[in-house]
Design a protein around this ligand. Structure first.
Ligand SMILES: Cc1cc2nc3c(=O)[nH]c(=O)nc-3n(C[C@H](O)[C@H](O)[C@H](O)COP(=O)(O)OP(=O)(O)OC[C@H]3O[C@@H](n4cnc5c(N)ncnc54)[C@H](O)[C@@H]3O)c2cc1C
Length: 443
């Protein structure tokens, strides 16, 4: 199962260059090493640490931010993958940090186990996913990092620390954007495997916003997509079920995942980019395709979607009570300013968690994500939208585009200083601080 679904992208001379999934972030590290196991990793990291080099670990390159960029030593640990141990009674499963979620899900299913919640794709590594606070949707369900019982992290001297449950080290490392060392394994709290019933249906946006509280209480996993310039939401409800399996047909998947969630298609989006005035019309046309569809399948197959169109994304974590109103303000601003944003906005919810710099730290959270086609300009629009998110104390997703820096981020996190104390202990020489880490966490 090693790295079967790995799809980070490379470019440049002698396979040394690297780019992220959307193609926006690129780098030419001095060395790009794909280690074969923890033994080789210890040698490489120990040597780099003793030489005062800067070390960055990349997962599968699905972050939109420059979080995995390096001009020095970039490490690929996707060969440190697979299930290491299983305790069926407690559901505790230790896996290699480079395990791709799709591989993890299949392996857990074989063991009769599952992750209680997941995001909307399954191509990330488990270490990469938790490091930026990757989350799914569900009012009672926190992000993926909250499933971690313990974790092993390699420091700049090449030795591995076992971070214990309840320790500040573990609370810091769960969401730490690569800044504390190289995660080599995580022990996850899994649940017995389960099936989900998914219902997709259009709903009047005003109704979805007004009833958001009730709908998110009545459904274990609820989210919706809405195209700017329209007032129809495509709602996705997923609940546990004992019904017999009824997987979606390929046509349904295409309509739901590709047409609605990705936009009308790559070509159409590129054309729209050139023809700004076509966007509202096209958005209304796309919502016309929305219809009801249903599916019953294994949980991990229901969580994961196709993302065929490459885009750039910003996502903010807002105090849950501010979510619906803020989304309405964002849509009104996009429309008022006639911003060319042809892709849908996504709205999700999660429980708070205790990781020290999690976006949902100690706060029930509504997430709002805006997308822009990879060939189209995003910065001026995302900056304006970020201004609205900041007014309600929004915190950026560490793996999605934003324009914040350490000084203005710190006041938003009550345990920021505790995180920095752990950072001083685990990485006193800042071996694991690349430019992004320095920007958002400070020197
Ligand atoms: C199409 C698409 C859909 C997405 N859907 C969701 C979603 O539903 N919910 C959500 O919250 N996010 C989502 N994301 C964002 C994505 O989950 C995060 O950016 C995640 O961090 C990517 O994981 P990765 O394995 O690609 O890690 P990378 O992007 O390669 O790295 C992310 C961070 O992890 C660090 N890292 C990686 N491995 C290690 C290690 N072994 N030790 C220490 N640090 C490490 C890196 O240094 C970097 O800081 C999506 C992204 C895309 C492109």
């Amino acid at each position: 199962m090693v790295g079967e679904n790995y799809d980070a992208r490379r470019l440049g001379k002698a396979g040394k260059g690297w780019s992220n999934w959307s193609g926006l972030q690129r780098c030419q590290p001095r060395d790009f090493v794909k280690v074969s196991g923890v033994g080789e990793l210890a040698e490489v990291v120990g040597k780099a640490g003793s030489e005062g080099r800067q070390v960055t670990t990349v997962g599968s390159g699905h972050s939109f931010t420059p979080t995995a960029l390096s001009d020095d030593l970039l490490l690929d640990i996707t060969r440190i993958a697979g299930v290491i141990s299983v305790d069926r009674d407690s559901g505790l499963v230790e896996v290699g940090a480079g395990t791709i979620l799709a591989d993890l899900n299949r392996e857990l299913d074989r063991l009769g186990l599952a992750m209680p919640n997941l995001g909307d794709i399954d191509r990330q590594t488990i270490a990469g996913a938790i490091s930026t606070g990757t989350h799914g949707t569900g009012r009672a369900l926190p992000n993926i990092s909250a499933q971690i019982e313990r974790m092993k992290v390699m420091g700049a001297d090449g030795t591995v620390r076992d971070l214990e449950p309840g320790s500040d080290e573990l609370l810091a490392a769960r969401v730490s954007i690569g800044s504390l060392g190289v995660i080599t394994s995580v022990t996850l709290r899994t649940v017995p495997a389960f099936n989900l019933h998914r219902v997709d249906e259009p709903m009047d946006l005003d109704e979805a916003l007004a009833d958001f509280d009730r709908i998110t209480q009545e459904n274990e996993h609820f989210e919706f997509f809405v195209f700017p310039y329209t007032r129809t939401a495509l709602t996705l409800k997923r609940n546990r079920t004992d019904r017999p399996l009824a997987p979606r047909s390929k046509a349904d998947r295409f309509l739901g995942d590709v047409v609605i969630e990705n936009g009308l298609g790559d070509l159409a989006l590129r054309a729209t980019g050139k023809l700004r005035s076509a966007i509202p019309k096209m958005a209304r046309f796309s919502t016309g395709f929305m219809s009801q569809s249903e599916q019953v399948d294994r949980s991990h197959r229901v969580f994961a979607n196709y993302r065929t169109i490459r885009f750039n994304e910003m996502e903010y974590a807002l105090p849950a009570e501010a979510g619906p109103e803020t989304l309405d303000r964002v849509l009104a601003m996009i429309e008022g300013e006639n911003f060319p944003l042809p892709m849908p906005i996504e709205c999700r919810i999660s429980a708070g968690d205790d990781a020290l710099i999690s976006q949902a730290h100690e706060r029930p959270t509504v997430y709002i994500a805006v997308h822009q086609h990879r060939t189209m300009e995003f910065e001026p629009y995302f900056r304006e939208i970020e201004r609205i998110f900041r007014e309600v104390d929004g915190r950026p997703h560490w793996g999605k585009l934003h324009f914040r820096e350490a000084a203005d981020l710190a006041p938003s996190f009550s345990r920021w200083d505790d995180f920095q104390r752990v950072r001083d202990r685990l990485d006193p020489n800042r071996t694991f601080s690349n430019a992004y880490v320095r920007r958002v966490l400070g020197e």
